[in-house]
Design a binder for this molecule. Sequence first.
Ligand SMILES: [Zn+2]
Length: 343
Amino acid sequence: MLDDMHQIHVHIMKLQRRYYRLFSKNISASKMNKHITKLKKRTKPHWKQLPSQVVQNVVLRMGKAYDAFFRNIKDRKSGKTTCKVGRPHIKPQHKYTSMTFTQAGYKLEGNRIRINCIDTWFSFHKHREITGDIKTITLKRDACGDYWICFSCENVDDTEPMPKTGKSAGFDFGLKTFLTCSDSSKIDSPQFLKQSLNKLKTLNKNLSRKVFKSNGWYRAKRAISRQRRDWHFKLATQLCREFDILCFETLNIEGMKRLWGRKVSDLAFYQFIEILKFTSIKQDRQLVQIGQWTATTKPCSDCGHRNDTLELNDRQWTCQKCGSHHDRDVNAAINISQAGVAA
Ligand SMILES: [Zn+2]
């Protein structure tokens, strides 16, 4: 079905382009739908079996893409934005991975779904109850070859942010511990990541000649990134539950790579910050990123004395001026917290 949808996508995109070249106008969605109905009768009888609403959604997607494109040109001319939206692409088959049902064409029963046009029931892992009214259902094939079903619902009432706690905290990223909090708690990278990284390494090493970048190799790699993303989301929610104001360093990934080597890209600090941005808006929390050049490691968090003798592998140190004893990462986290709250 996805491949058929892709055929329709290619057909209407090409038609749109040709039409625009000849008449400098776009084809409206209703005209395009009528044209597809005609095609079903004449040259493409196999499109007849496809659910009509899903086919209409292919047209709708193209309309949306073109609207965004033209709106962006207008906005750029009037100076509203500088970001550029390109002309809609014709997707290659392997990148056409999803289709959207609106009201008809399927039937839901518990954790089973029936796709009417192929007359087959599929069961799926329902990881939580569906609340509200289902508006659309999107079936998606991901790069691992798994299928996903996404429900988008209306009248859902989970927008209430979590209760405020009145607490703020600073966080320091690290290699050994993923995050160090200014209340001196530490969050490690989960063990499963290390395990699957090892698995990937062995896969990579043993079979490098034959199956490097083979299907299995990609599958292992994607499975890791999926687990990591899931863990990032959970961690972000947990932090938002505990603190009102979250302070972080502005990441300088290039600098970190130079300092620590390639390992940084595996830890994906950047992705975590992006997820945290999203979660903090949803939960009505404040995410502060302090300036890249603010010193956080060397100054003492109690008196502000700058310890210039601190080396990269000194994990603990004592302030020469006020005599307080510091854990390197916790001290940095407290400095970040202070700088963030001040900002
Ligand atoms: Zn001190």
